[in-house]
Design a protein. Structure first.
Length: 221
């Protein structure tokens, strides 16, 4: 709940919500295989098969948004609607210096609230290090998603982004234009502040309530 803690309880009032902790994250342990956005998409598809869910709406934030795009590309039959929050689909979508910084990233740079949230779910420092290493390797291996793959996505999409965050607002606009059936919402603030992510500075901001209402209206429409 470190990411969606402020908005999921409201969405759960009107939707069945399945919150997924993917490989090496939270309660799900790491296993000996490479981690990629494509692999995560296949894992989510396998989970839905186990749960006997034939179609769903998908919401992903940051890396989860990229995974949601891959679900729509690799398993389009599963997708009803997409909510893509701070989602990267090309490497040039990040602010200048991001990739150089990622090459030298260390666990010490990870915000303490995120460390604490992981250890609350899984009190294993080795697991925390494994998650960090997996996430860094996955990002460094990330390759651009082609315009052809995006244009093949027929599911309606809601693209959301902050106006002052690591994913450039211009990139969110380009994503919304590349998808055939997309809407765009740009909100004030940094990465995840508009959904009240655990590192957001203003814990009493009203913007997450607004974003929740926008998401709910999109899913209902």
């Amino acid at each position: 709940m470190s990411t969606f803690g402020r908005i999921l309880p409201e969405l759960a009032k009107t939707h069945q919500v399945i919150a997924v902790e993917l490989q090496a994250h939270g309660h799900t342990p790491d296993i000996d295989r490479p981690l990629s956005f494509e692999q995560e998409a296949d894992d989510v598809a396998a989970l839905l098969e186990q749960l006997h869910i034939e179609k769903a709406d998908f919401m992903g934030f940051s890396n989860g948004g990229t995974t949601s795009l891959q679900i729509a590309i690799r398993h389009p039959e599963l997708v009803n609607k997409l909510v893509l929050a701070s989602t990267t689909y090309k490497r040039d979508g990040m602010q200048p210096g991001f990739w150089e910084g990622m090459q030298h990233a260390s666990l010490e740079n990870m915000p303490q609230p995120l460390k604490d949230a992981y250890l609350e779910a899984n009190p294993d420092p080795k697991g925390l290090q494994a998650m960090f290493d997996r996430d860094v390797a996955r990002m460094l291996a990330f390759k651009d998603i082609s315009d052809a793959d995006l244009q093949a996505i027929q599911a309606p999409a809601l693209v959301i982004n902050g106006d002052a965050e690591v994913v450039r607002a211009e990139h969110a606009l380009a994503l919304s234009q590349a998808l055939p059936h997309a809407q765009l919402a740009i909100l004030p603030g940094g990465h995840g502040e508009y959904i009240g992510e655990i590192c957001a500075a203003d814990k009493h901001s009203k913007i997450p309530a607004l974003v929740t209402a926008i998401i709910a209206a999109f899913l209902k429409g």
